[in-house]
Design a protein around this ligand. Structure first.
Ligand SMILES: Cc1cc2nc3c(=O)[nH]c(=O)nc-3n(C[C@H](O)[C@H](O)[C@H](O)COP(=O)(O)O)c2cc1C
Length: 213
């Protein structure tokens, strides 16, 4: 089977927001699709290991923020490369957010916000496919929605192992390389020459998270 054929599928970039009791939490997904048009139903694919999955299961609700090409990498780093199990992702001033129908949505440079209630959850090996009925939807700007292709090719972003479309980074043989242990970003050259406060440009983790290949 040629896995490269699956890499030809198209996706977007979204922030899922939900509630851990009263605490807002969530994560980045590239998998949101509209299933029906009348009284619309959407679907997301959520890794079982993600804390967001547990919170959606408990609360039965989530919001989708459609990210734009203007969305800062800080939003993706905070929501997509750390876990709500051990961090308050919506705390601090890293990005602007607000509540819509009591669910957290990313305000900063988003294109649209959608809130939904879970209808069913179908278990696959690593992920749950969550079907949800749309409760409300609003367009928030005319910015161009960020596609997964744009995130990879223009922003040079990566996805962690929990993403359903994860591709392992390819090691380069001819140069010294260091790989970020969190997102797989490949640094070419001698990382030890970078200052101590160097952070991964994709997931913002410290230099200590890199391993020499
Ligand atoms: C570009 C990108 C795409 C992602 N797509 C998905 C996805 O479709 N489904 C999923 O379960 N996780 C996806 N992830 C991974 C989660 O965002 C990530 O594992 C996050 O740290 C989970 O946080 P949590 O434990 O607070 O839920 C993606 C991450 C990135 C950066």
């Amino acid at each position: 089977m040629e896995m490269a054929a699956l890499w030809k599928l198209s996706y977007g970039m979204y922030a899922i927001g939900t509630l851990d009791g009263e605490r807002p939490t969530g994560c980045i997904v590239n998998t949101v699709i509209q299933i029906t048009s009348d009284n619309p139903v959407i679907a997301i694919s959520m890794n079982k290991k993600n804390y967001t999955y547990e919170c959606i299961k408990r609360s039965g609700r989530f919001a989708v923020s459609v990210l734009s090409e203007q969305t800062s990498q800080n939003v993706i780093a905070k929501l997509g490369f750390s876990s709500g199990r051990d961090t308050d992702k919506f705390d601090g001033d890293i990005f602007d957010w607000e509540y819509m129908d009591g669910l957290p949505v990313v305000k900063e440079n988003s294109c649209a916000h959608i809130t939904a209630e879970v209808v069913s959850m179908t278990e696959m090996e690593t992920h749950f496919v969550i079907l949800a009925r749309v409760k409300d939807a609003v367009v928030t700007s005319n910015y161009t929605p960020m596609t997964y292709k744009y995130y990879h090719e223009v922003i040079k972003g990566k996805a962690p192992k929990n993403a359903p479309t994860y591709q392992a980074p390819e090691a380069k043989q001819d140069k010294e390389t260091w790989v970020c242990g969190v997102c797989g970003y490949i640094y070419e050259g001698d990382l030890t020459q970078e200052p101590d406060d160097f952070v991964c440009p994709v997931c913002k983790q410290p230099k200590s998270m890199f391993e020499k290949q």
